[in-house]
Write a protein that binds this ligand. Structure first.
Ligand SMILES: Cc1cc2nc3c(=O)[nH]c(=O)nc-3n(C[C@H](O)[C@H](O)[C@H](O)COP(=O)(O)OP(=O)(O)OC[C@H]3O[C@@H](n4cnc5c(N)ncnc54)[C@H](O)[C@@H]3O)c2cc1C
Length: 476
């Protein structure tokens, strides 16, 4: 088999792989992209985008529940789950084809099939062998396999986004983002939802106070949550399943129609033939340098969920893909900086965050002001009859820079981007406080969220009606 030559071969046509194509095509390099499933990868086909359609339905149910607060009388809502899944599928159905057209416009040759390394500078797909100056691993992630007896009974987020019959009861193994987001939607739709988490805290990477608020609201809408559990086994019981777990030294059981793997995702690189590509890895965790380049094969870059050390988020995959592409064009010069990239858990209310948690600030020994506000009685929150509206913003004492911002509700998933922008471009807390925002908006609360500067006079005479005084703690 003679090899076809390309400047760049990309394994995977998701956010990361597509991100690579911009800089390398602008530089005129020839590119082949190998994709085994749907162009666009997880985010638009099996992740963010279809999930957000379900989240939006959950938000609508929440709004209906709160309608009486706006003096609107509504009957009991009835969600047609099969029709909702059909709506979700209909909204995303054209994405792979649109992306194929966009790749064709960029003169990227898309090859359908499963790519594997055939050597340090070549990839095999079907009966074709492609040689390249650079190979990019953008193969994404898969649900973390769990070594539990009965693990084969678990389903994943793929089924949660596809099955048109909603289960009456669900147990999520693991209390991460997927479990919380889907748990909220399914619980609001009427399913009984249980989350079993091994660690002491749900969403362990997020700020503990923010998670505590989200957990309380999750329990209020009916989620049954246990942390610090050990899963013993999953048993099939006549069409249903029983999860046996230990909690507080006692063996317990939870029964459900579905058991969902909510234990996070790992890089999906085992089937790439990494040894043939001379790509060093530790159990699927590819060793990379600060330029996203394999430490053992300098032709190979890794980006997106296949990177074992960066957050598995769609904008990060695109960003890393772009950086990998720029490093191919310019030589290894560009390193990722994740510090100001915001993230959100799309529960209702959403938990949103950027930067450091309070625990991380303490661990770094930084002197900081921590501004915590329960805003549910602020005028803006009351206007929208919000149940939960909470924020924590951490400001570096020495530089007045934002170190972290955390929200539950209060449009925090939008506001957090303003704080991310401030972090990236060195906008101080004082400047954010002084800025004039459109009013009335949630953003116009930022000056109160940041509280008075420590040297300002007390706020009591300056506050608009309905805005309680920000509590300023110097805790760190
Ligand atoms: C249910 C769910 C919800 C999510 N929600 C959000 C969200 O709200 N916000 C957010 O930021 N992120 C979200 N994410 C994460 C986000 O989807 C990922 O971070 C992002 O899609 C990663 O992009 P990627 O290009 O690295 O991988 P992928 O998008 O997974 O793309 C990898 C591609 O490589 C292909 N591939 C793999 N191996 C091979 C091979 N050997 N040969 C050929 N092709 C191959 C796969 O078929 C796939 O299409 C969610 C994820 C899930 C599962």
């Amino acid at each position: 088999m003679s090899a076809e030559k390309f400047d760049v071969v990309i394994i995977g046509g998701g956010n990361a792989g597509i991100g690579v194509t911009g800089p390398v095509r602008r530089a005129g390099l020839s590119v082949a992209m190998i994709e085994s499933r749907d162009l666009g990868g997880t985010c638009p086909n099996r992740g963010c985008t279809p999930k957000k359609v379900l989240v939006a339905a959950g938000q609508a149910l929440h709004d209906i529940e709160r309608a009486a607060q706006h003096r609107i009388a509504v009957g009991k809502p009835k969600l047609d789950w099969a029709a909702l899944i059909a709506r979700e599928k209909d909204m995303i159905k054209d994405i792979p084809e649109n992306l194929a057209r966009s790749m064709a416009r960029r003169s990227v040759e898309v090859i359908k099939g499963h790519g594997t390394f055939a050597g340090p500078d070549s990839v095999r797909v079907g009966d074709r062998r492609l040689r390249a100056s650079h190979i990019v691993i953008a193969a994404g992630s898969k649900p973390r396999p769990l070594a539990i007896p009965g693990a084969e009974h678990m389903v994943t987020s793929d089924e949660m986004l596809s099955e048109s019959q909603r289960p009456e009861s669900i147990v999520f193994i693991g209390g991460g983002v997927i479990s919380l987001e889907f748990g909220h939607v399914y619980a609001r739709a009427g399913s009984s939802v249980t989350i079993l988490e091994a660690l002491p805290q749900l969403l362990p990477a997020m700020d503990a106070d923010a998670v505590a608020r989200l957990q309380a609201e999750s329990e209020r809408i009916g989620l049954q949550i246990s942390t610090g559990v050990r899963i013993e086994r999953i048993e099939a019981t006549g069409g249903r399943f029983r999860v046996i777990f230990t909690h507080g030294g006692t063996e317990k059981a939870a029964e459900a129609d579905w058991v969902v793997n909510g234990a996070g995702r790992i890089a999906d690189v085992e089937s790439l033939g990494l040894a043939a590509g001379q790509v060093d890895h530790d159990n699927g965790r590819i060793a990379i340098d600060s330029y996203l380049r394999s430490t053992s094969n300098s032709r190979v870059y890794v980006c997106g969920d296949a990177v074992p050390t960066s957050p598995q988020l769609s904008p990060i995959a695109t960003y890393e893909g772009d950086l990998a592409g720029r490093n191919i064009v310019d030589g290894p010069k560009h390193s990722p900086d994740y510090a100001s990239i915001a993230t959100a858990v799309y529960t209702v209310p959403a938990l949103a965050a950027v930067g450091l948690t309070e625990a991380a600030v303490k661990a770094k020994g930084l002197a900081a002001e921590v501004h915590i506000n329960d805003m549910h009685d602020w005028f803006s929150a009351r206007t929208y009859a919000e149940r939960v509206a909470w924020s924590k913003v951490i400001v570096d004492r020495a530089s007045d820079r934002i170190l972290g911002a955390h929200f539950v509700g209060h449009a925090g998933h939008e506001l957090v981007n303003i704080f991310g922008l401030a972090m990236k471009f060195g906008i101080s807390a004082s400047t954010l406080r002084e800025h004039i925002y459109a009013y009335p908006t949630f953003a116009s609360d930022i000056k109160h969220i940041l509280g008075p500067h420590l040297h300002s006079p007390p706020l009591s005479t300056q506050q608009p009606t309905g805005i309680s005084r920000a509590r300023v703690f110097a805790r760190c």
